[in-house]
Write a protein that binds this ligand. Sequence first.
Ligand code: PBG
Length: 322
Amino acid sequence: MTIRPRRLRMTAALREAVAETQIHPRQLMQPHFVIADPQGEQPIDAMPGIARLGIAKLVERVGRDLELGIASVLLFGLTDEKDLHGKAATDPDGLVPRAVRALRERFGERLVIATDVCLCGALTHGHCGVLREGVVQNDATLPILAAMALAHARAGADIVAPSDMMDGRVRAIREVLDGAGFEHTALMSYAVKYASAFYGPFREAADSAPKSGDRKTYQMDARNVREGVREALLDQEEGADLLMVKPALAYLDVIRAVKERTLLPLAAYNVSGEYSMVKAAVARGWMDERLVVREILHSLARAGADLLITYHAREAREKAWI
Ligand code: PBG
């Protein structure tokens, strides 16, 4: 008798038949950066293929993506109106609420609309919470985040997604949503979010880099996995409906560890730096983009991610990579 694992690798059809991991387009969530000029379309240097879009352009783009089978979006609002309290972020008629209403009006329930909830884009200093004497204030930030989430929920978001990493924000947001009659709005927590150099291109795209210091007093240390599981379980207890690990590729062990300890759906955020690294290498002819994107996305699903938040989504569908 010969033991031959290779037997099941002999044809493409055989390999498909025994593949342990499949990705369905419905698992893909496309992030979008929304800007004030409705017709605006500003390509982002550090993220080839991605542009900041005004609401009219966004609606067009999402319409085409829906035809490709991408039925989930994650919205980031980019505002110039920055202050020390994040007022622009809580405005019920702000950029993200207007974008949500426009998308909902056009696409109804066919589209899953998630919104990023964080104050860094609306605060002058670029931190994810309000500052006092140079220190990011946890509890003073919570009601502002909750007001931001409520503005998104009122506009019709399916999912609000806090990415600030303040402690207790899931409970604070849940209580405010429930109190206002939005008990059906889901909450996806960026539960396990690391202080990561892979956010570099995003911070250029969103102009959200902290003006002083870094985010290490609230985002997690890249060396820790037990702490990540703890963060995930705390957010689950506080009422999160979905959990997220971010970044994705350098944290496959964390995705697996969280997956083994929760029954909630799990998202992996394949962040800007992971995207731009691929684009940069492909531009030099160093890698085959189709193969490398498939390998990356399959690795996230294999590690245990149910939902894949990725800037590659549209191109992967346009070119039938997925
Ligand atoms: C805002 C936020 C960031 C990202 C998502 N939400 C940046 C940060 O925390 O500095 C990063 C996304 C990406 O890099 O694609 N808090």
